[in-house]
Design a protein around this ligand. Sequence first.
Ligand SMILES: Cc1cc2nc3c(=O)[nH]c(=O)nc-3n(C[C@H](O)[C@H](O)[C@H](O)COP(=O)(O)O)c2cc1C
Length: 191
Amino acid sequence: MKKISIISSSVRIGRKSHRVALFFKKYLEENNLAEVEILDLAKYNFPLFEERLKYQKTPGTSVVDFAGKVKSSDGIIIITPEYNGGYPASLKNITDLLYDEWYHKPIAISTVSESNFGGAQVITSLQFLFWKMKALTVPAMFPVPNVIDSFDENGNPTGASFPEKRLANFINELLWCIEAKSRMENNVKQE
Ligand SMILES: Cc1cc2nc3c(=O)[nH]c(=O)nc-3n(C[C@H](O)[C@H](O)[C@H](O)COP(=O)(O)O)c2cc1C
């Protein structure tokens, strides 16, 4: 089974977007779509970026652990809040820390906000960031507006209606990208 890591980006006290990370984990596992681990940036609690991991002489064990998990994941879902129209510093912190680990990594981005707009303003800057890292970001989006009314603390949907179709499309695009990459790598190995 493919391995998908969910990067939960908010390190804010009382954060709400983590609910969406819990939701995706449950959804993927219950539907037998992937083995899932949440990489919780609040738990990692990385110091502010000083140098890329590959140039660090004595990297901390948690940084090495995180890099290994990103590298060994077949795909990644990033859950990001929108802060003042951008992504949180915690996310930029770990993006710059790694380099090779992002190369050709299938990535899907879910943006989250308390407002009606679902973090719509953060998606382009984050797509651009991962394009610069040469990752394979999928075009499908999963914006979560009104997060407090949409998911409870355990990641269960609570809204009056749920965007089933958008969710299926979001996950299918990521799985397609994972499969395409895997087939390409297997073909290359056979030559
Ligand atoms: C510093 C800061 C800036 C924010 N800026 C925006 C914003 O630009 N647009 C928006 O819709 N919500 C904004 N919010 C509210 C977030 O959407 C809200 O906190 C949401 O729950 C996601 O972030 P969280 O996981 O940290 O809770 C902001 C919140 C903070 C703490």
